[in-house]
Design a protein around this ligand. Structure first.
Ligand SMILES: C[S@@+](CC[C@H](N)C(=O)[O-])C[C@H]1O[C@@H](n2cnc3c(N)ncnc32)[C@H](O)[C@@H]1O
Length: 286
């Protein structure tokens, strides 16, 4: 869920500090310069886990009230578009994503990009969220390199959409998620798309090395997982991270620099970014 705090522009910093203090997973400040607020106003967006949304809103209201009585709060269901499209097929990075019908599972794995079937509403990862699109494009770019990735790790797999894209291109994929419903959906989708032999779904991070690591998460988990992801990357591998807005780039860059990964590419879409990181030769001092 996204909580938006509408404040006078002069109080944007104070409101952003409150947002971080209440445990937001990410915070973005939008104002007239980004075209998201009228002159003199700012909108602080903070992302909260769905199950914490109501409690999070109360925490913000409690702290903000005495400080900024004029602030207005609204809760926006942010994640609807993570979910698989219910009806319309969509094209993403060479794939057409279509709703999973009740037809039999594919008996043959696809040969390269093509059609992928996803069950509407089963978990996060419908393929159309900007961060998913950015990751899908970065995966596509990774497979254009020579040699193409053979072992891929997808952390926070959701429906498995990104894992399936890598597997359809021939990679052996380990897909992880902390959410059991997501793991179940990812397994179902691997079977339905004829990719069960190439996609291993689990909760814990498997040992590497991986040629490509993809993690479309949130700011907090990404920063915390930076050393673990870097440790699983092959020396010439690439790590793609998203789930962050442009304001988070310095934080993420620092976390991964400390794990000896540097930004090789950055792509942006609708205010979200995906960073492709590559190992540096020497780790930076802490
Ligand atoms: C934003 S969704 C991304 C789904 C899909 N990979 C996509 O790109 O559309 C993030 C997923 O990460 C999972 N997740 C969150 N924190 C995680 C962590 N620390 N380790 C593994 N998975 C995590 C969530 O359960 C959710 O399914």
């Amino acid at each position: 869920m996204r909580l938006e705090i509408d404040v006078p522009a002069a109080r944007a910093e104070a409101a952003a500090a409150v947002a971080w203090a209440v445990g937001a997973q990410g915070v973005a400040v939008r104002d007239a310069s980004t075209g998201d607020a009228p002159p003199g106003r700012a909108v602080i967006c903070l992302w909260l886990p769905e199950e914490d949304a109501d409690a999070g809103r109360h925490r913000v209201a409690e702290r903000l009230g005495p400080l900024l009585p004029e602030a207005r709060l609204r809760l926006v269901p942010e994640r609807a578009d993570w979910r698989p499209a219910a009806i319309e097929p969509v094209s993403v990075a060479g794939f057409t994503l279509v709703p999973l019908d009740d037809g039999p599972p594919a008996t043959e794995p696809p040969v390269g990009p093509g059609t992928l079937r996803l069950e509407p509403g089963s978990a996060f990862g419908g393929g159309t969220h900007p961060t998913t699109v950015l990751c899908a494009r970065a995966i596509e770019a990774a497979f254009e390199r020579d040699p193409a990735p053979r072992r891929v790790l997808d952390v926070g797999t959701g429906t498995g959409v990104l894992a399936l894209m890598a597997a359809a291109r021939g990679a052996a994929v380990a897909a992880t998620d902390i959410d059991p419903l997501a793991r179940r959906a990812a397994r179902r989708h691997a079977v339905a798309n004829g990719l069960a032999d190439r996609v291993e779904v689990g909760e814990a991070l498997p040992p590497g090395p991986f040629d490509l690591v993809v993690a479309n998460l949130y700011l907090g988990p990404l920063s915390a997982l930076a050393p673990a992801l870097a440790a699983r990357l092959a020396p010439r591998g690439r790590c793609v991270v998203s789930g962050i807005t442009v304001e988070h780039r310095p934080t993420i860059e620092r976390a991964f620099a400390a794990a000896a990964l540097a930004v090789a590419d950055c792509a942006a879409l609708d205010g979200w970014i995906a960073l492709t990181l590559a190992p540096t030769s020497t780790p930076e001092p802490p």
